[in-house]
Design a protein around this ligand. Structure first.
Ligand code: GTP
Length: 205
């Protein structure tokens, strides 16, 4: 009998003091070699509903303070919410640019500056609007002893993906954070074309 190689593996964890509080970082790897991390804050019981954020990598927004998108604002707000609540988990997935990668995202920025929206720009480059997978989240949550979640997101695809994986999503917590003059159009497109649950009044001038 041949043993099947696991698709995802837990690797290691360590303390991660941050500007927002003392987290722990947990490393995971896919069979393809793609690395991902989870951050945990505080402690919880198996029966607790744990506030979580599933965040896809956005180097420009998360690390370089870009205001073209709302990513960096949401990341910070989600981590701050966990500290305020006393516990929580961030699943940080390395799927940059909704899966098209950093350099294609930069190409897409140029197309957006020339008048396309974020979905049209992806399509122009030959990609679907959203190429992400959330399958690894199941192993990450199991490893962290999380059974029931309150998911911080405006993206209905994330809720559906978790439910399909058998994770109990007790509630969705909206994260309408970080709307700027630079990203208003981007967020409006996510709402109109990708089904994100933003309140339309947020886009009014
Ligand atoms: N293709 C493309 N991707 C972008 C652009 N701006 C940001 N992104 C990517 O969009 C993704 C945003 O992911 P998340 O922060 O998980 O959020 P979301 O799917 O928008 O949903 P929320 O949970 O509601 O925030 C990241 O992978 C970013 O790199 C863009 O202009 N074009």
């Amino acid at each position: 009998m041949t043993s099947q190689q696991p698709k995802y593996e837990y690797v290691s964890s360590a303390k991660l003091p941050t500007r927002l509080g003392n987290f722990r970082i947990h490393g995971f790897v896919e069979a393809s070699g793609q690395e991902h991390v989870a951050l945990s804050y505080g402690d919880w019981k198996e029966s607790d509903v744990v506030p979580i954020r599933i965040h896809s990598e956005c180097l420009t927004g998360d690390a370089l303070f870009s205001t073209r998108c709302d990513c960096g604002y949401q990341l910070e707000k989600a981590m701050a919410n966990m500290v305020e609540k006393g516990f929580g988990v961030l699943l940080y997935l390395r799927q940059e640019g909704r899966g098209i990668g950093l350099l294609n995202k930069i190409r897409a920025y140029n197309l957006q500056d020339a008048g396309m929206d974020t979905v049209e720009a992806n399509e122009h480059l030959g990609f679907d609007a959203d190429l992400r997978s959330y399958d690894i989240c199941k192993l990450m949550l199991e490893k962290l002893n999380v059974n029931k979640v309150e998911l911080m997101t405006n993206n209905p695809r994330k809720v559906a993906a978790l439910e399909k994986l058998g994770v109990e999503v007790v509630a969705r917590k909206p994260i309408d954070h970080g709307i700027t003059k630079d990203n208003k159009h981007y967020i409006k497109t996510k709402t109109e074309k990708l089904g994100h649950a933003f309140d339309p009044h947020l886009f009014k001038d």
